[in-house]
Design a protein around this ligand. Sequence first.
Ligand code: SF4
Length: 384
Amino acid sequence: MKTSSCAPLMEVSRWLAEATAAAKCWPCGCLHGTLNSLEAVTEELPPEARALKDELASARARLRPLEYECLGCPTCYPALAANAFAAAFPDRAAALAACPTDLPEQRAGWPPLPGEYRVIRYRAPVAVCTLTDDALTERLAEARPAALAIIGRLHTENLGIERIIQNMLANPNIRFLILCGEDSAARVGHLPGQSMLSLYRNGLDDRGRIRGAKGKRPVIRNVPVEAVEAFRKQVEVVDLIGCSAPAEFLAAAAGCAARDPGPALAFAGVPSVPRTVAHPPDRLVLDPAGYFVIFPDARRRTLVAEHYRNDGVLDHVIEGLRPTELYATAIERGLLGRLDHAAYLGQELARAHHALLAGHPFVQDAAPGEEGAPAAEPPPSGHT
Ligand code: SF4
């Protein structure tokens, strides 16, 4: 590969050569995007910069169909090439940011966009982004603090941030976003944490670039500016970048929860999760598989479920120590033919178990919908 003799461009050539030689980069969105934007700007540069064209052509010859947007490598060669180019030609840096990013596909439900995250609880006020720290994501997700709605990572300062914005706006319960873990180091090029913080503090300029962001291409293209502003109003970003101590994070999450202002106004245009007020069942529908009589056997300290056919004949007795054992066995033996019956069995077993442990008397509840709703062949009162 030819290398440019212009000193500032030698860095660009060097990192382009590394990317060209690295098979992992060929199907990666970082290399695709960087080549597209560098190719566009080198057309307008002085002759010495046009020497890059051969190197760009060599890199393009290696491209494979896109398989991933960004692998989040500790050192990203195309990002470094773009940064070096921006350092050599500061007036062209904004044009570099115009590299293409794909429109993410939305889906029904929350979160509407896929990503590297774990959902904990929808109606919780705190989201956490561990940036590039995978291990911290797992540790915090396992801790499952009550305030936590979602926890995930962030590798890119454009698509990644866009996805976070849309997933946060789709859940008005989220009022805080804690950034923690290690941001990608400055030489890596992406700086997603610094970019997210800049977006929260400074917003976008009129070209969609995040004001004050130092990453390679911190441009928000797929989210309208109104949505960005709504995100900035809905969510307070808490800066714990560099912190990987779970105790510090848990204290911050608890502090956020303590000053949770409640759900924000839903942002129009973002799909919301349907909310339905629950109501009792209208009528009893007998399970064709039969019904259960449940009792806690205090003397033997076991739970007992007697299964009857609907003609009143006992055909099975299940005994066990815990509700899970009994209902799993009932399912396995084909003794449940309706979902509402299965749910009711679980509820009654849990009540019976509680009575057994506490030494309280147990009276089996009537089946939902039984009162005032005549069934075709009503079994004895107090069945499930
Ligand atoms: S993130 Fe950068 S270094 Fe890693 S595969 Fe993608 S282009 Fe290559």
